[in-house]
Design a protein around this ligand. Sequence first.
Ligand SMILES: [Zn+2]
Ligand SMILES: [Zn+2]
Length: 410
Amino acid sequence: MASAAMPTVPLPAAPAATAPAVPPDLAALRGEVVALRRDLHAHPELGFQERRTAAEVARRLQALGLEVKTGVAKTGVVGLLRGDHPGPTVLLRADMDALPLQEDNAVPYASTIPGVMHACGHDAHTAILAGAAHALVARRQRLHGNVKFVFQPAEESPGGALPMIQEGVLEDPHVDAAFGLHVWSDLPVGRVGVRAGPLLACADKFELAILGKGGHGAAPHQTVDPIVTAAQVILALQTVASRLVDPLQPVVLSVGSIHGGQAFNIIPNKVTLLGTLRAFDRELVRALPGRIEEIVRGITAAAGATYEWKYTSYYPPTVNDREMAALVRRAAEAVVTPAGIVDHLQTLGGEDMSFFLERVPGCFFFVGCNNPAKGIVHPHHSGLFDLDEDALPIGLSILVGAVEDFLKAR
Ligand SMILES: [Zn+2]
Ligand SMILES: [Zn+2]
């Protein structure tokens, strides 16, 4: 995930005053989880190439006695734990992929693969989830239902969640709720970001070509000028967020690229534009591309130009269910106290956890991982990104707590 916290209300800068309350049996797993995270960090793999990571995860799940499926959406792994009592099924998800980036950290567990790095913390997610599997197997007599541990490929791109769903990960047994976490470099360790409703945005792309008729810069009346038309389109697109959408709805439309023309005295035939649309509301994301194209159509028609339009949807907004967010919040409060909870953190980055949360109620949450006192201050997707490993038992404890709450006797 890309980091782009909304700074309207400042985030806490310091770790919580109280030490996190990690239950002793989960604290005992810390060494195992840290060791796995460091091993994965030293051996990062890009999306759909997570073969070593998947083999390591599968080996651990099999050793725990889970029913394990490998090769789901190429490199995904699914482990199923059946609790001692019948009941619903909860899915826990971690992403396994690294980024095409050179690591600049000089730590003992630094990447051994040139140009590939776990710079988003997915090594931590995978290690936490493997640790949660270990913990929940040991606690299975408390579970009234099943836990499906989903290790997905390729979150950074092009997305492993949707192909896993298409290959049936939400069935057999049918999944009733889904939880996942992201370590978060904008939050200090000991803080947890959890909220109901939209958490991350869609991150869509549009490509637009405005087709006019070129000619001499001295005789514009003999041309259809795509540059002036493109200028009008760009300005009109600014009204999408400001005039078409409820002002209480965050929407961003940015034009990031414009190309056309080569000489000072020639009006060109064509101008091409690239842009992105980001929003939190699923309905809006469905409706807006059509409205944007109407603006383009009207302005180009008035100019006597034509256009080519291509809109590409990537990940949908990540939206948390109210009840499931409340459940995660209770689990998080038990670990970091109510003072450790941050409930206003949202980002216009995207996440393919969204595909799970479109289909089943659930909650995705942020586990703080920066620590200025230890020099751990660099953002996600930086060659200097690292995380305070104290975040690992915190994330693990919250996942285990959420599962036990969801699968308690009713
Ligand atoms: Zn990322
Ligand atoms: Zn990420």
